[in-house]
Design a protein around this ligand. Structure first.
Ligand SMILES: *[C@@H]1O[C@H](CO)[C@@H](O)[C@H](O)[C@H]1NC(C)=O
Ligand SMILES: *[C@@H]1O[C@H](CO)[C@@H](O)[C@H](O)[C@H]1NC(C)=O
Ligand SMILES: *[C@@H]1O[C@H](CO)[C@@H](O)[C@H](O)[C@H]1NC(C)=O
Ligand SMILES: *[C@@H]1O[C@H](CO)[C@@H](O)[C@H](O)[C@H]1NC(C)=O
Length: 387
């Protein structure tokens, strides 16, 4: 019996040191959003006190040199991004995001396919992050789309992680954070992500749990970013989180994404405005809002549309999504209640946090304020104070 004491002491000492070690690099929470120049939202307007991390998007991959570059038009804003957002919140961390939905996926596939081009990508990304004052890097390759590309993606992540670790020890600086934005599900049209390489190499992954329905690819209305699909047949944030964690991603490495934009459809019949209603198959035009071809409309403009047109807003708690309609215009989106419910879900499932695309689409930071409050209020343990 007496021999158990030294063992338990050793166990607690080991536990104590492993806590110390992990706290030096592990993030305790991620409350994040993306900013990009095309949003025309001034960086100085970001209320960074509502975030722990901000992503500056996007740096580009040069398909000839396989190096990461910043477009000359963005250089000024990117190089001052960190100091600008740290004015309101000195502890906010910034990550330089590379790629994005508009980037060439074949350039990423080609870069990741051989060691020399991977090294160009990795070394240039680290130089760019350091010389522009970012705390980390985020890869948005949308998406590796064959078994070979997924395997190369995994190799790239492992090499990237060892390169940032080596750079940290040679420079004596804090290691750069590494993240990636990934498909909402671990299964991208039957091609599986290399979950072990993701879990071993990245600080976390951003699950893009949105764009499930849109007028560009759905002929009927639908929730663009449902947390649940009651029929369990279609995409949902919950299905995505379960697929990643069941495949072995620790919940503490998953960050749930939600959109600060919706999709606007033209209804075939103004009296038929529920989910799966027939549409004219095209995005509508809304006065006072420039709606691109894909029908996307930022949250701030959706609020304006509701007020200007007396639109009827509906919160659907079984899917966790909002929609509103006026005449033959129907918009699916996330309002406060959807965002708050998703944030609570993320905390209760033990996820690392949440992120949004994109900060400039919010309405006076209302969604971001609701989100951070919901996270803090959804504490899993409560301390009761006594006098
Ligand atoms: C992607 O391209 C679309 C269409 O040109 C543009 O509206 C959008 O701002 C671009 N996205 C980013 C992140 O630059
Ligand atoms: C980017 O920087 C330029 C030059 O400093 C500035 O005029 C512009 O407003 C910035 N754009 C955004 C979206 O912040
Ligand atoms: C909410 O969504 C579910 C699932 O699609 C649907 O059955 C229900 O009718 C919806 N309720 C409202 C008010 O839209
Ligand atoms: C959403 O929540 C924020 C923060 O509490 C609040 O400022 C805003 O007015 C709310 N918006 C709506 C539409 O309820």
């Amino acid at each position: 019996m007496s021999s158990t004491k030294p063992i338990s002491l050793l166990v607690s000492i080991t536990f104590f040191f492993s806590l110390l070690l992990s706290s030096s690099s592990a993030q305790s929470v991620v409350k994040a959003s993306y900013w990009f120049p095309g949003s025309e939202y001034p960086v100085t307007d970001i209320d960074s006190s509502l975030f722990t991390h901000l992503f500056c998007a996007f740096a580009d991959l040069n398909a000839q040199t396989n190096q990461v570059t910043i477009a000359s038009a963005s250089q000024q804003n990117f190089s001052t991004f960190t100091q600008t957002v740290q004015r309101r919140n000195p502890s906010v961390k910034t990550l330089l995001s590379i790629g994005g939905g508009n980037a060439s996926k074949t350039a990423f596939a080609s870069m990741a396919s051989n060691p020399t081009s991977r090294k160009s990508f990795i070394d240039s990304s680290i130089r760019l992050a350091r010389s522009n004052g970012f705390h980390g890097l985020d890869l948005d390759w949308e998406y590796p789309s064959s078994a070979t590309e997924m395997s190369n993606f995994g190799t790239l992540l492992r090499e990237w992680r060892s390169a940032v670790a080596a750079e940290a020890s040679s420079s004596g600086r804090q290691r750069l954070l590494l993240a990636a934005a990934v498909f909402y599900s671990n299964n991208h049209y039957s091609v599986l992500y290399p979950v072990q390489a993701v879990a071993d190499s990245l600080d976390w992954v951003n699950l893009m749990a949105y764009d499930f329905y849109g007028p560009g690819w759905s002929k009927v209305t639908g929730p663009p970013a449902a947390l649940y699909d009651p029929s369990n047949a279609g995409p949902s944030g919950d299905a995505g989180v379960r697929s990643w964690t069941q495949a072995g991603l620790p919940a503490k490495k998953a960050v749930l994404g939600f959109p600060y934009y919706g999709y606007a459809w033209g209804l075939s019949n103004a009296n038929s405005h529920s989910y799966y209603a027939a549409t004219t198959g095209a995005a509508v035009t809304i006065s006072g809002a420039a709606i691109p071809e894909d029908g996307s409309i930022r949250y701030g403009l959706i609020r304006k549309f509701i007020v200007d047109n007396g639109a009827t807003p509906v919160y659907n708690s079984s899917v966790v999504g909002d929609y509103c309609y006026a005449g033959t215009t129907w918009i699916g989106y996330d309002d406060n209640q959807s965002i708050v419910t998703k944030v609570r879900y993320a905390k209760q499932r033990g996820l690392l946090g949440y992120f949004s695309w994109h900060v400039g689409a919010d309405d006076n930071s209302g969604l971001s304020r609701a989100a951070t409050r919901a996270w803090d209020a959804a504490a899993t343990t409560r301390t009761i104070q006594k006098n």
